[in-house]
Design a binder for this molecule. Sequence first.
Ligand SMILES: C[S@@+](CC[C@H](N)C(=O)[O-])C[C@H]1O[C@@H](n2cnc3c(N)ncnc32)[C@H](O)[C@@H]1O
Ligand SMILES: *[C@@H]1O[C@H](CO)[C@@H](O)[C@H](O)[C@H]1NC(C)=O
Length: 196
Amino acid sequence: SYRSRSAFKLLEVNERHQILRPGLRVLDCGAAPGAWSQVAVQKVNAAGTDPSSPVGFVLGVDLLHIFPLEGATFLCPADVTDPRTSQRILEVLPGRRADVILSDMAPNATGFRDLDHDRLISLCLTLLSVTPDILQPGGTFLCKTWAGSQSRRLQRRLTEEFQNVRIIKPEASRKESSEVYFLATQYHGRKGTVKQ
Ligand SMILES: C[S@@+](CC[C@H](N)C(=O)[O-])C[C@H]1O[C@@H](n2cnc3c(N)ncnc32)[C@H](O)[C@@H]1O
Ligand SMILES: *[C@@H]1O[C@H](CO)[C@@H](O)[C@H](O)[C@H]1NC(C)=O
């Protein structure tokens, strides 16, 4: 019983690419109503349900209110693009780092496809710009986009900062036809930008 069907997209990506495992610290951006956080809590053992595995951490952030979830911490209402939010994120994350950044964020669609695409890509790029402060070297970044002319720009930026970048179209999102996820793994930052 997940809070939204979007849970199945993350479950599918995780089944194929094993991005979540017990003990990892996850930042879930655009977390409302909380389905991805539910999946993340289970997979990283954030509620300590499995006493024989390491206990992870899940921090969800959204502009909208999110109802409490055992094993997760929520910052809401909070705008991921606001620098004050990055500060609060760092204060809450154990060791001031996340091992995985998830973003299923989306602006409210205007219906103008190019405009919506541009706004979502800028949102992803803004998140990527605060990644050096938040993401552990070796870490993972998964973000939602809507296909369009600026996707290559985002892909290029990701390729500069991560060892491996994949484009994923989960079965579970086949109805939302322009939805495409970027999965970037093994974060190394741009030369000299990864803070230890
Ligand atoms: C598709 S929903 C996420 C669904 C979520 N992954 C789940 O499984 O429940 C997209 C969310 O992104 C949030 N969002 C959009 N822009 C944001 C921003 N700048 N900061 C924080 N959240 C944002 C929206 O409020 C919305 O709740
Ligand atoms: C979308 O619209 C709702 C209702 O007007 C608002 O509360 C929410 O903050 C908006 N979300 C974004 C991402 O702008």
